[in-house]
Design a protein around this ligand. Structure first.
Ligand code: NAD
Ligand code: UFG
Length: 339
């Protein structure tokens, strides 16, 4: 059975390709490589000893989607393709709305034309409003009130997909709200390879550790948290990828539209992460305390019970694994895939 993975050359997509291939699925990838390298797919082949089919194309190219659905027997689509940088979305809202909304609309239209019913969609914890109590729970916590265009694109895509699934009861859509994906495959062959200076904590720390950046700025140490620094729910990318396997199985066996958090439910502060990474790489991570980053919340973490109950999904990896695997990837590939 073939699974189409949009954005499959990217960070989460490449790890998901590995898990699907290892589980015996045939994998077809469409990616325009706007934020990734084809080398990641060669590494996926190397890790799994299996082949996958790659189309270098834009998901908004409806004719190409038609060709893919004609040439392959696709049973389910996992839709990762999208732009994802919060700060960039504030500077380039048009590009974000255009890319993120139109990829989804074009994809769902092509799925309808070829009677493909099952879709797993990459959403984000960012769709939750900033005023919720923690932990965030799918059917209780409020959504909307997003603080940037990227967040609104995820929110709008969720609304669109829920409406589309409501109107056609043969469809099966699974919306996954990721918390903070970090780490890398344990082989050290694939991992996160951000363009330019990283915005996110883990890639920033790992580039400090490898000597590409001088020191980390810790954004605020006066939050109402145990050590004053921001608290998040970091999830190992291989656990996250395994979550997609569970979501595909669920989508193929059910109808309707369900939303799931994918997180560990275990809060972790910036300084805890710095300490864990220092232990993993055997060096001190130089840091300075800097002002709070505008828009950041003090604490964000998930209630992972629904995914456990309905998907049978539980994370297996801890903070130590996240840091050790991230460090292995970074130290073996100091310049990412562009070596
Ligand atoms: P990524 O940038 O590594 O992967 C996205 C991939 O999509 C890239 O390979 C890019 O080239 C491709 N792409 C973008 N627009 C495309 C288009 N129009 N046509 C074809 N390909 C296109 O990002 P990632 O971290 O792997 O994230 C995957 C998904 O998960 C995204 O939708 C992102 O918004 C979502 N997400 C990520 C995080 C995170 O922290 N990494 C958190 C929550 C949600
Ligand atoms: N942080 C620093 N220094 C840095 C970078 C981050 O101290 O250089 C702190 C932040 O202030 C925050 C924590 O580290 O307290 C995590 O920050 P990230 O930027 O790594 O992650 P966010 O939780 O801010 O956001 C991420 C993605 C969003 C996504 C959200 C929830 O960037 O796209 O997780 O999934 F929506």
């Amino acid at each position: 059975m073939s699974i189409l993975i949009t954005g499959g050359a990217g960070f989460i997509g490449s790890h998901t390709c590995v898990e699907l291939l290892q589980a015996g699925y045939e994998v077809v990838v469409i990616d325009n490589l706007s934020n990734s390298h084809e080398a990641s797919l060669d590494r996926v082949r190397q890790i799994t000893g299996r082949d996958l089919r790659f189309y270098k194309a834009d998901v908004r190219d409806e004719a190409m989607l038609g060709r893919i659905f004609t040439e392959n027997h696709i049973e389910c689509v996992i839709h990762f393709a999208g732009l994802k940088a919060v700060g960039e979305s504030v500077r380039m809202p048009l590009e974000y709305y255009e890319n993120n909304l139109n990829t989804t609309l074009t994809l769902v239209r092509a799925m309808r034309a070829f009677s493909v019913k099952a879709l797993v969609f990459s959403s984000s914890a960012t769709v939750y409003s900033s005023t919720n109590a923690m932990p965030l729970t799918e059917d209780v916590s409020r959504t909307g009130d997003c603080s940037n265009p990227y967040g609104w694109t995820k929110y709008m895509q969720e609304v669109m997909l829920q409406d589309i699934a409501r109107a056609d009861e043969s469809l099966s859509f699974v919306l996954l709200r990721y918390f903070n994906p970090v780490g890398a495959h344990q082989s050290g062959l694939i991992g996160e390879d951000p363009q330019g200076i990283p915005n996110n904590l883990m890639p920033y720390i790992s580039q400090v550790a490898v000597g590409r950046l001088e020191r980390l700025s810790v954004f605020g140490d006066d939050y109402p948290t145990p050590d004053g620094t921001g608290v998040r729910d970091y999830i190992h990318v291989v656990d996250l990828a395994r979550g997609h396997l569970k979501a595909v199985e669920y989508a193929l066996g059910h109808r309707g539209c369900e939303v799931f958090n994918l997180g560990t439910g275990r809060p972790c502060s910036v300084l805890e992460m710095v300490r864990a990474f220092s232990e993993a790489c055997g060096k001190q991570i130089p840091y300075v305390i800097a002002p709070r980053r505008p828009g950041d919340l003090p604490v964000v973490y998930s209630n992972p019970d629904k995914a456990r109950r309905m998907l049978g999904f539980e994370t297996q990896k801890d903070l130590k694994d996240m840091c050790a695997d991230c460090w292995r990837w970074q130290s073996l590939n100091p310049r990412g895939f562009s070596e």
